[in-house]
Design a protein around this ligand. Sequence first.
Ligand SMILES: C[S@@+](CC[C@H](N)C(=O)[O-])C[C@H]1O[C@@H](n2cnc3c(N)ncnc32)[C@H](O)[C@@H]1O
Length: 205
Amino acid sequence: MSDETRWERSDNEGMRDQYDQRFRQLHAEGTDIAGEARFIDALLDRNSTVLDAGCGSGRLTAELNLRGHHCVGVDKDADLLRTARDLHGPGHDFVQADLLDLAPQWMEAGGCPARYDLIAAIGNVMVFLAPGSERQVLRNFASLLAAGGRLVTGFAAGHEYSVEQFDADAAAAGFALQHRFGTWQLGPYGRDSGWATSVLARSIG
Ligand SMILES: C[S@@+](CC[C@H](N)C(=O)[O-])C[C@H]1O[C@@H](n2cnc3c(N)ncnc32)[C@H](O)[C@@H]1O
């Protein structure tokens, strides 16, 4: 298994630049890009600890910190982390790391919390991981969750990595599905949904 992520591969197709430009523009225009943050905020007690796994240009991290949580954004892409720091300014923790390396001791050694009330992998992160690495990344997430903590993922259906494969990997990593929606506004999920927003909790341990 190569550790090259599908996101790094997509660089060749210019997808990374398009994503960066798009979110810089939406930010500059003041467009509402806080839908995922509102959904996640509703799941949390006040002052919770959140890991934004694959934070990209950092909108979820910044929005959750504004809402009074302590959110740490982690991403492998140094250029996008630079964008995150540019757009959102100081006061946010943006850390460069491969999600495959995450573990409680690793986070603590970097001055971050070892355990999280919620881990979010939104904006298609799951479908851009290195092929074959998804189950290990989910195991890493499980090791970082506080008791009663939850995992929230959001990704488009119809990619090489499917919702069915995600469900199998999540179950193998010790997660149970609590809720699934077809949008971030609680729209129903069905066979033809083009999107899956999933809320999971540890099923064991
Ligand atoms: C489509 S972007 C989404 C970014 C952000 N979550 C959002 O919603 O705007 C996918 C992100 O996943 C990150 N990613 C993919 N595989 C990763 C890995 N193994 N470790 C860390 N980040 C990863 C990429 O670097 C990229 O920033």
